[in-house]
Design a protein around this ligand. Structure first.
Ligand code: ADP
Length: 772
């Protein structure tokens, strides 16, 4: 089918796609149109990676936003389309793709960042791109424009299978469907074993296809040859290097690029370092010069060891790619790989999920990954490996794509064929019946008034994928009951004769978008600090009457004038103990180090500590490790040193900092709700995390374009506050920014410098960036 023949599209849209080189629809796209995706029908499209799912979504959204107009359709109606992405990092990329539609007078908005808002400004957009967490939060905060949705697209919908994030996507889709009558849902999925079940759940039409725009050969390398799925073999000898190096070299002989999937960030970095020696032999002088420029750009992003390592590899035509990298780094790598400058990228599987980086060959080097809960190395899912396979072959550039696994012996060769080459992907299974997921979503459903009785709650949960799939409907009910009891016990909901109501704290917790268990941990910790405080002041004026903190129950009344002055480390530890902060693993020697620290700083830590032999002691220590990382960050330790000390990437540090900032903000609000007077200490701790500075720099670091390092240099030069900066001598400021004239001027302008020459400006804007 030609794009020009697609029904339901407003004028100009087909011309636009034709100008982009898309004249004829790919067969699965044609099938989607035949099933009515441009005429309001819901659809599940389960097709391989890189087979044009995005176009299906675009056609659906454009026709949904348009209004019927005589014989055809035209833009200008009230409909809004929502595109749900699986990763925050992808929101910008997708919105960038859709911005081309601004030529039709449409506007595109991206919603990321602060969870606690109703996104009212988003309502002006025709297309909104957001993560499922964000959409969930918008619904919780009462965003009205949700009612105007005419089409919602769920990208990578097979991720409903994900333990952590799947339930949010599932519940969000269920809620949107319940709230907006006749909502068109377009769910895009990798090829999965049970696409028909997904379609059943969403009352949608189904396109289930394994068509690809470019041929894919899959095989396993073993010995001196690649053994292909069609029974043929191609000689590929290893020589003195590794199997991976041999495949990369062989691909380069044919002027092709290789994407190597490994199982950890560290392996990605080590692999890139080794493969750089292979890639560099194939570069032309011109490529070498271009790569040097990319390497310089990489170094300019940040002054860290990771940045240097990446730049070194890129200069030789190789790179690594993982979620610990700064976004700018990831983008530079992706672009250089698409431009065929970088010849080989070693990546963790995050790259397979959505980023468009096709490659002649894909090598799945590690098909096992360490899994702490399962206690050792576990094989990857077929679904995941097939998605990596799917990155092989660039339509229009390569004659075919090739995906290769590596076997060490003959048995493994056979195993890999059975396990991945000939195997079908697993079915997608809902993970909703897990307690942490239900805790969050049940509270949200009650707090938003979405469900006001236990029966309505059970009914709503009956509309989820879990309910469609389970053969034990009693289980969801019983877990839901446990969860309601937990929420009741912690004072987040009240139950009476089957009626459900959220308390004020419950409302707040739901709006703050924290796991109720995180909120309960924070509430307990702050109460405890208040009690310990009132104990010590009671001791001081010798008026007996308060029990010691540990003897009190969590729900016991606090004195009316409760106050506390928790230390920053205590607060960092408190928020690091919550399930919303992902753990830093304890490595060898850490147990001793942090046990010692736990005793040393016992008075700073909030709430009763578990006993050393108790099962939760390990968690207590690993939270302390995170707290210490934050403590180092707010003591102005260099990012590089932190990365080294905790064995993490710069992206991880940013992740921790952002999460801590968000949880401390929640703590500040909860303290207000509880009437515990400690908001000032919590706010100071949050600001210190936000800027990564000691207390004395808080004022300065808040000036836009200053940041932690410059604030310290200004301070060293005698400028200690905004007031000082306003009156400062420009030459001093220039010294602190290492002679960067434009930067100095910008900073002075931002602070409203009192220099008649520069003009009086009263801007005193705070920067919102956490990191310099
Ligand atoms: P998926 O989302 O399925 O992984 P994409 O939507 O990213 O795949 O499509 C992969 C590439 O194919 C994109 O570069 C896109 O422009 C191109 N493409 C999609 N549909 C067509 C078509 N009908 N004709 C030509 N190219 C197409």
């Amino acid at each position: 089918m030609r794009v020009a023949e697609v029904p339901g599209l407003p004028d100009g849209v087909a011309d636009y796609f034709e100008a982009e080189g898309i004249e004829e629809l790919y067969p699965p796209q044609g099938e989607a149109v035949e099933r009515g995706v441009t005429e309001g029908e819901s659809l599940v499209a389960s097709v391989p990676t890189a087979s044009g799912k995005t176009l299906v979504a675009q056609l659906a959204m454009l026709s949904a936003i348009a209004e019927a107009d005589g014989d055809g359709a035209a833009f200008g109606g009230d409909g809004t389309a929502l595109y749900i992405v699986p990763l925050r990092a992808l929101a910008g990329e997708k919105a960038g793709e859709f911005e081309a539609f601004e030529q039709f007078g449409l506007s595109v908005g991206v919603s990321t960042g602060n969870y606690e808002s109703d996104g009212s400004r988003l309502s002006d957009n025709d297309i909104v791109v957001a993560t499922s967490e964000k959409v969930d939060s918008l619904v919780r905060n009462g965003a009205d424009w949700i009612d105007d949705l005419s089409c919602v697209v769920a990208d990578e919908v097979h991720l409903v299978d994900d333990d952590h994030r799947g339930p949010t996507l599932e519940v969000t889709l269920a809620k949107l469907r319940q709230r907006v009558a006749d909502l068109q849902v377009v769910a895009l999925s990798a090829t999965v074993g049970n696409a028909d079940e997904l379609a059943d759940w969403l009352d949608a039409e189904l396109v289930d296809s394994d068509w690809r725009p470019i041929d894919l050969r899959t095989g396993v390398h073993y010995g001196e040859a690649v053994h292909y799925d069609d029974g043929t073999q191609a000689e590929l000898s290893v020589g003195s290097g590794s199997q991976t190096a041999a495949v990369v070299d062989d691909t380069l002989q044919d002027d092709g690029s290789t994407l190597v999937f490994v199982n950890s960030r560290r392996n990605a970095e080590a692999s890139a370092r080794r493969l750089a020696d292979v890639a560099k032999t194939a570069l032309t002088d011109e490529e070498r010069a271009d790569l040097r420029e990319v390497a310089d750009e990489i170094r300019a992003v940040s002054d860290t060891e990771t940045s240097d390592d990446l730049a070194d590899a890129v200069a030789k035509g190789a790179a690594f790619h993982h979620a610990g990298l700064a976004r700018e780094h990831r983008e530079l790598v992706e672009e250089a790989f698409r431009d065929r400058l970088v010849k080989v990228v070693s990546a963790t599987p995050t790259l397979a999920a959505g980023v468009n980086t096709p490659s002649r060959r894909v090598v799945v080097r590690d098909w096992q990954r360490y899994d702490g809960t399962a206690g050792g190395m576990q094989p990857l899912d077929v679904l995941e490996v097939h998605q990596m396979f799917g990155r092989a072959g660039r339509p229009g550039l390569d004659p075919y794509g090739e995906a290769v696994l590596l076997a060490n012996n003959h048995d493994e060769l056979e195993e890999l064929f059975d396990r991945y080459v000939y195997a079908d992907p697993e079915p997608v299974r809902s993970k909703l019946a897990a307690e942490p997921a239900l805790r969050t979503h049940v509270l949200a459903a009650v707090a938003t008034g979405f469900t006001t009785t236990e029966e309505a709650l059970h009914e709503f949960l009956g509309e989820t994928l879990y309910a469609t799939q389970t053969d034990d409907p009693g289980r969801l009910r019983s877990v839901t009951r446990d969860v309601l009891a937990y929420l009741d016990r912690n004072g987040f909901v009240e139950r009476e004769d089957g009626a459900l109501r959220a308390t004020n704290t419950g409302h707040l917790v739901s709006q703050l978008y924290v796991d109720p268990m995180s909120a309960a941990t924070i509430v307990d910790g702050l109460r405890d600090a208040a009690r310990a405080n009132s104990d010590s002041s009671a001791d001081a004026d010798a008026s007996a009457g308060f029990q010691t903190a540990n003897e009190l129950r969590a729900d016991e009344e606090l004195p009316a004038d409760a106050s506390a002055d928790p230390s920053p480390l205590g607060l960092y530890h408190l928020v690091s103990r919550t399930p919303d902060m992902y753990e830093l693993y304890l490595r060898s020697g850490d147990r001793e180090t942090y046990t010692e620290l736990a005793y040393e700083r016992e008075d700073d830590l909030l709430g009763p500590a578990p006993r050393e032999e108790a099962p939760d002691w390990e968690d207590w220590l690993s939270a302390l490790k995170t707290a210490k990382l934050l403590d180092d960050w707010t003591s102005e330790l260099d990012e590089d040193r932190i990365a080294e000390r905790y064995d993490v990437g710069p992206g991880d540090i940013r992740g921790k900092v952002e999460t801590a900032e968000w949880l401390l903000q929640a703590a500040e609000r909860l303290a207000g709700e509880l009437d515990v007077d400690c908001a000032a200490s919590v706010r100071a701790a949050r600001k210190r995390v936000q800027y990564g500075v000691r207390e004395e720099l808080l004022d300065l670091a808040g000036v836009r374009d200053v940041g932690r390092k410059r604030a310290r240099r200004l301070h060293n030069a005698g400028i200690e506050s905004r007031a000082d900066l306003r009156d400062a001598d420009k030459s001093v400021v220039l010294g602190a920014v290492r002679g960067r004239e434009a930067t100095a001027e910008r900073i002075l302008e931002n602070v409203g410098h009192r220099n008649p020459e520069m003009g009086e400006v009263d801007a005193d804007t705070e920067t919102t960036a956490a990191v310099e």
